[in-house]
Design a protein around this ligand. Sequence first.
Ligand SMILES: Cc1cc2nc3c(=O)[nH]c(=O)nc-3n(C[C@H](O)[C@H](O)[C@H](O)COP(=O)(O)OP(=O)(O)OC[C@H]3O[C@@H](n4cnc5c(N)ncnc54)[C@H](O)[C@@H]3O)c2cc1C
Length: 387
Amino acid sequence: MDFSLSEEQNMIYDYGQSLVKSYDRKYWMECADAGRFPEEMYKQVAADGFVGTMVPEAYGGAGLGLLEMDLFLEGLSNQGIPLLSLVIGATMSMAPIGDHGTEEQKQKYLPDACSGKTRFCFAITESGAGTNTIQATTIAKQTPDGRFKLSGNKTFITDFVESDYALVVARTTPHTEVERKTDGFTLFIVDTKAKGVAANKIPVSIPIPEIQYEVFFDDVDLGPEHVLGEVGKGFNILFESLNPERVLVGSICTGIGRYAMERAVEYANDRVVFNGPIGAYQALQHPLAKAKTEIELASLMTRKAAWLFDRGEACGGESNMAKYAAAEAALHAVDASLQCFGGNGFTKEYGIFDIYPMVRLFKTAPLNSEMILNYIGEYVLGLPRSY
Ligand SMILES: Cc1cc2nc3c(=O)[nH]c(=O)nc-3n(C[C@H](O)[C@H](O)[C@H](O)COP(=O)(O)OP(=O)(O)OC[C@H]3O[C@@H](n4cnc5c(N)ncnc54)[C@H](O)[C@@H]3O)c2cc1C
C-alpha cells in the first residue's frame, strides 16, 4: 500500500500556501462581510488551472482526478480558504458536462468556465421536497416543437445570481407517471439571466462570501441544446456527482479544521495566565490532540474515497464515511480551538468563532449527517431502510 503523493500532487496540495500570499483569510472574510464573491481570487485560481482540475484538457481543464481536486481543496482550506463554489460549480456542474455533454456543449461551456470567465451553480433543493429530492416538482414540459418550458422553484441555491449558468434538476415526467421513482428527471443547463428566471437572496448567518438564493422559473424557454445527457435520465448523472461532492466537503472540513487547530496551537503556546503557557493544560491539549487525530483519520478516508472514484471503483461507503467523519472532526477541532482562545475566540480580530457556522453547516448540507448514517446503515452494514 502506497500513501505517498507524486511531485505534482504535492504541488497541488501546497498551492494554497502561495495563493494566500495574495489572497489570505483576511481577504476572504472581507469578501464575506461585504457579501461579495472573491472574484479576484477565483480568477487567479482559474488562471493557475485549478477551476478546471477535473475537466478534460481538450476543453481547457487539467484532466486530473478527484484526488487532485481533494488535495487542492484540502490545501486551500488548510490556509483558511474553504472555496465552496468549487464543489458546487467545478465538481457538481463542470465535471458532469465534461462527462456527459455533447461536443457543442463542451466547447460552449467548459473553456470559459475553466478560465474563470463564466461560473456555474447547481440547483436541486426545493422547499417542498427538502432532503427527499424525489418529491421535487419543478417541471420542464415538452412542447410540440421539441422544446421545453421550465417552471417551478428551487431554494438555497448558492451563488445563483453571481453564476452565469445553473445546472437545474427538473422533472420532465411527473412522478405519478414513472415506473421507478428516480426516472423522469432531466438535467438542464440554464442561463441564470434567461427570461422567466427570478431570484431572491436568503440571508443566512454563516460568514462566507457565497450568497444563497431562492429561485423561480416561470415558463423558461429551453431547447434540446440545454439538456445534459438523456431526457428522463438526469438522476444517473446526478448520482455520479454525489460521491465527489461528499468527498470534497470532507476535504474542506479537514482543511478548515486544521486551520482552526493550528491557530489554537500558536495561541496556546504563547498565552500565559498562571504558570507557563495554557497549551500545557491537558484540559486544552487533549481535545486538540483528539481533534487532530480525527482530522487526520478523516483526511485518509477522503483520499481513499477519491482514489477509488478515480479508478472507477465503487466508493459510496467511503465517500459517505469520509464526509461524516470530516464534518464531525472539523466541529470538534473548531470547538477545541475556541476553548483555547477564551474570550478572544469570539472576537472578529481572532476570527475563530467565524469558522464555526460554516463547519456546522456541513452536518446539515449538502446532505445531513442523518442521511449519511442512513446510507452507511443500509448499504455498508446491510440493515433495513428506516425511512
Ligand atoms: C448554506 C446552504 C447552501 C446550500 N446550497 C445549495 C445549493 O447550492 N444547491 C442546492 O440544490 N441545495 C443547496 N442547499 C440545500 C441543502 O442541500 C438542504 O438544505 C439540505 O439538503 C436539507 O434539506 P432541507 O433544508 O429541506 O431539510 P429537511 O429535508 O427539511 O430536513 C430537516 C432535517 O430532518 C432530518 N432528516 C430528514 N430526512 C431524514 C431521514 N430520512 N432520516 C433521518 N433524519 C432526516 C435531518 O436532520 C435534516 O437536517 C444549501 C443549504 C444551505 C443551508
